[in-house]
Design a protein around this ligand. Structure first.
Ligand code: GSF
Length: 202
């Protein structure tokens, strides 16, 4: 298997953490998805990372599909419950984490455009999603150790990757200072080898 991605993408980091937690070996191919002629287009018509190319050539995307596939191929450290409400609740945490990242990335990309082309309304809308998403995560986590249940799930991984990406690209959001419970929770995750080994390059 080959994983196409970048060291800074929160969605790619999510998949890499899943692989480490589940002890799945995979070649990592660093690709700049924004460069003309990127290999990613050969495997994903949407030209987005992550893409997981299986040994038979089948390509899986996006990160939710890849994470679910990886969770199912080995029983080691299950990260998504098998079915019903428990599964939906973990996937809901994952959707919240990914949604916070989506809004942050939309804002980050808009800010990179020429100032005369930037839309203030669009940026305000994305900031609103980030703020309300982070507030909901903090409220629902409370003082628990994990987003759902008593062990690490894909929900924790997705949310932490989104927040850590934000700290790196949009540090003014200051979620650690504003939400001490998220700070305490993320510090525990950051001390895990899977998080330490996938830190974005400085
Ligand atoms: C999002 C992937 C994505 O936007 C997923 O895999 O979960 N829902 C998808 N990836 C970005 C890289 S990044 O900002 O993390 C990407 O590939 N963007 C290229 C583009 O053309 O939008």
């Amino acid at each position: 298997m080959k994983l196409y991605g970048s060291g800074t993408s929160p969605y790619v980091r999510k998949v890499r953490i899943v692989m480490i937690e589940k002890r799945i070996e995979c070649e990592f191919v660093e690709e700049n998805v924004w460069s003309a002629g990127t290999l990613v287009t050969l495997h994903n018509p949407l030209t987005k990372i992550p893409v997981l190319v299986l040994d038979d050539g089948m390509a899986l995307y996006d990160s939710r599909v890849v994470a679910e596939y990886l969770d199912g191929i080995t029983p080691v450290s299950r990260l998504i419950p098998d079915g019903g409400r428990e599964r939906a609740l973990v996937k809901r945490w994952e959707a919240l984490g990914d949604g916070i990242a989506d809004a942050g990335i939309a804002l980050f990309l808009e800010r990179k455009r020429e100032p005369s082309l930037q839309s203030k309304d669009w940026m305000t809308r994305q900031l609103g999603k980030m703020d309300s998403g982070i507030a909901a995560a903090a409220r629902e986590l409370g003082e628990r150790e994990y987003c759902h249940g008593l062990s690490l799930t894909l929900g924790d991984i997705s949310l932490a990757c989104a927040l850590l990406w934000m700290e790196f690209r949009l540090p003014e959001v200051a979620w650690r200072a504003n939400h001490p419970n998220l700070k305490k929770w993320v510090e525990r995750l950051e001390s895990m080898p899977s998080f330490a080994d996938t830190k974005p390059p400085a």
